[in-house]
Design a protein around this ligand. Structure first.
Ligand SMILES: *Cc1c(COP(=O)(O)O)cnc(C)c1O
Length: 367
């Protein structure tokens, strides 16, 4: 799976079929909803251009950067594109008009900008309610007056209603936020959009007109470790793999890597892997973080360094120089190591790991 011309034997693979599968999984949860594929942060590190083919069955693409919106249009996408944070300054609205972008309106400053925007084509906007997350949006008390103000603008065409959940993945759930959103918007016209991945999977009864799955389409469980990607039937859309470029034999008392944090208490054979934190593998992953070595489960040992990390080969006598080490994703033998397991070792979430794939890692798109 690693091309022989690579200067360093490390490769990320984007699995088009997995993206397609995960998107279909989300769609099956909320059959009556239209589905935004969230492709912010360069498609969660996968690359918008690389992920596009796997996601083109979406009903729209949602993102943050105008630059990313331009890239989606450049790919030939003529359908809806939504700016999840809306515009940041007045001149952004010109690009919205030119690229036909739908945009979130979450604050009065954005309404002011719209009021002074000169356009012949009114914009489709998504009016955001702060229903409890206290990040973006109008409070329930101010929401209806914002709607009235927007509705009076000639620059505005259709107004849709949007909010975002803080706890769709956890115990608190979405009932309280849904209650607030539902009661304030009850008699307002317009389409609704409330569900992120966790809500699509766990609270699909709130699907409404548009859902907004991100992490699930990339094959990571939004509520890991309570549920795994496999529990939700999601497939990894990104594999990070490298090869073993050296081996060492240790005797008891030998230490491994910077800081000598790992000390062998028995004879061991170890493999040095061409992947380090400069490739996006978290330095904070402790000894014992899982990997797949030639598709078999193994683990890391010692500190992750910039360009290399170390794995234990003691129980894998057939593995050695050139062996494939899968840091996350799918091995050549089809075994899977979820990015969520590695994230747990690093004390973080799959989102952060996939977004942090380093630019120096070559990427292959698999059909
Ligand atoms: C990022 C984002 C999403 C997607 O969240 P996931 O947890 O990745 O599904 C949905 N809605 C908004 C407003 C977002 O910013």
């Amino acid at each position: 799976m690693l091309a022989s011309t690579m200067p360093r034997p490390i490769l990320a693979t984007i699995h088009t079929a997995a993206l397609r599968h995960n998107l279909a999984r989300c769609r099956a949860q909320v059959a009556d909803s239209r589905l935004w594929a969230i492709v912010k942060a360069n498609a969660y590190g996968h690359g918008i251009e690389r992920a596009f083919e796997g996601l083109r069955a979406a009903d729209g693409f949602a993102l943050l950067d105008l630059d990313e919106a331009q890239r989606v249009r450049d790919l030939g996408w003529r359908g809806p594109i939504l700016l999840l944070e809306g515009v940041f300054e007045l001149r952004d609205l010109e690009l919205c008009s030119r690229l036909d972008l739908w945009h979130t309106v979450h604050c009065n400053e954005q309404i002011d900008m719209l009021a002074s925007h000169k356009t012949n084509v009114p914009h489709r906007v998504f009016l955001k309610m702060n229903s409890g997350m206290n990040r973006l949006g109008f409070t329930p008390e101010r929401y209806r007056s914002a709607w009235t103000r927007l509705n009076a603008l000639p620059q505005v065409d259709e107004i849709s209603l949007i909010t975002h959940f803080s706890d769709a993945d956890g115990e608190r759930g979405v009932a309280s936020q849904m209650g607030v959103f539902g009661s304030v918007t009850r008699d307002l016209p317009g389409e609704r959009s409330v569900c992120n991945s966790a809500a699509v999977l766990r609270h699909s009864e709130f699907g409404s007109d548009w859902v907004r799955p991100g992490i699930a389409i990339y094959g990571s469980a939004p509520d890991s470790p309570q549920n795994s990607a496999r529990d939700w039937d999601l497939q990894p859309a990104m594999t990070l793999a490298a090869r073993i470029i050296a081996t060492q034999d240790l005797v008891p008392g030998d230490s491994v890597g910077y800081g000598s944090t790992f000390v062998a208490d028995h004879a061991m054979r170890i493999g040095i892997v061409a992947c380090g934190y400069a490739d996006g593998y978290p330095r904070v992953c402790p000894s014992g973080t899982p990997v797949l070595i030639d598709g078999l489960r193994g683990c890391t040992m010692g500190r992750v360094s910039m360009d290399m990390l170390v794995v234990d080969l003691t129980a894998l006598p057939q593995a050695g120089f050139g062996s494939e080490v899968t840091l996350w994703g799918r091995a050549s033998n089809a075994a899977v190591l979820s990015i969520d397991e590695v994230a747990q070792g690093a004390g973080t979430v799959g989102y952060e790991l996939m977004c942090a794939l380093a630019p120096r890692v070559p990427v292959l798109v698999e059909a």
